[in-house]
Design a protein around this ligand. Sequence first.
Ligand code: ZN
Ligand code: ZN
Length: 394
Amino acid sequence: MSKNRGVIYLGPQHVEVQDIPDPKLEAPDGRRIEHAAILKIVATNICGSDQHMVRGRTTAPAGMVLGHEITGEVLEIGRDVEMVAKGDLVSVPFNVACGRCRTCRHGDTGVCLTVNPGRAGGAYGYVDMGGWIGGQAGYVMVPYADFNLMKFPDKDRAMAKIRDVTMLTDIFPTGFHGAVTAKVGVGSTVYVAGAGPVGLAAAASSRLLGAAVTMIGDFNPQRLAHAKAMGFEPIDLSQHDRLGEMIAEIVGVPEVDSAIDAVGFEARGHAGGEQPAVVLNQMMEITRAAGDIGIPGLYVTADPGAVDEAAKQGSLSLRFGQGWAKSHTLHTGQTPVLKYNRMLMQAILFDRCNIAEVVNAQVISLEDAPKAYADFDRGAASKYVIDPHGMIAS
Ligand code: ZN
Ligand code: ZN
């Protein structure tokens, strides 16, 4: 009998915790693989990108086990695994990557060419990402374990900061990638769109990289209050739609050096209602000439719930001429977590960044996951960390 349970997507706004099969050293196509490891999961977070699926805004099939933000203990390894051993505490990048293909060899692990027959890039528990089983569960299998897993050098020290280091699987590197690709550096003025967990992680990353001021725009008063308490400059987008004016009130000019989109395709405009291109257009408006725009927010190639036919295919009404005229650089795509997770682990372990506090990490049990999905969807200013085995000290 299986001892595993996991969070299953059953349809729009419907997730349940159910018994699921124990993981095996097996690829999604059923082949036995010896480069994989099986983990007992210590922490696994609910992500804003999971919400896109749970809201029915993707083509995710019912019955999928969710979860791509996994930290765990190695329980079993295949014959070919040499660099991790049973009992190691490891962080799993949300990207599934082979470490051998052309893009992996350049460090672009977000677009591995071999782990997903449908397109470049794989992930656990995510639609169109190769069918790798998700990790909002008790146990999970990780392929190419030597390449993908980051072992914590000191297990006790990492466990003492588990609420922080669990963010290394996705949102901290994703926020950091947003800031790095927006070329945030010492003295930068930064605007982050979206005060959810990735937006807050991007703001924390901007501070770590030396930004002079980091502004965060959102409509949600609870999230804005939390951003302010964390030392960032909140911008209340419900006031009016002249973002440049609100930025000028803070930095004296209606422009910033760097802008980061942590909202993605379910963006809303001031007038209410969805406008999938509104954030991207605002960023081109408020980023200075020759400035840089990082876009870690997710955009899709198919959106069954989109407001119009074009957006259903992922085509947006971008005012691209504005960005062209200002010589903007736009940087898109899934974050290659492996580029950043080790440096950010060190930043956490040596107290350079209180990421758990910044994103307001809340530890919950696996059985409470459906409630957390609902609360997060209502805009709770929290990042939910699932503790499936009760291993995180309260
Ligand atoms: Zn995530
Ligand atoms: Zn690869």
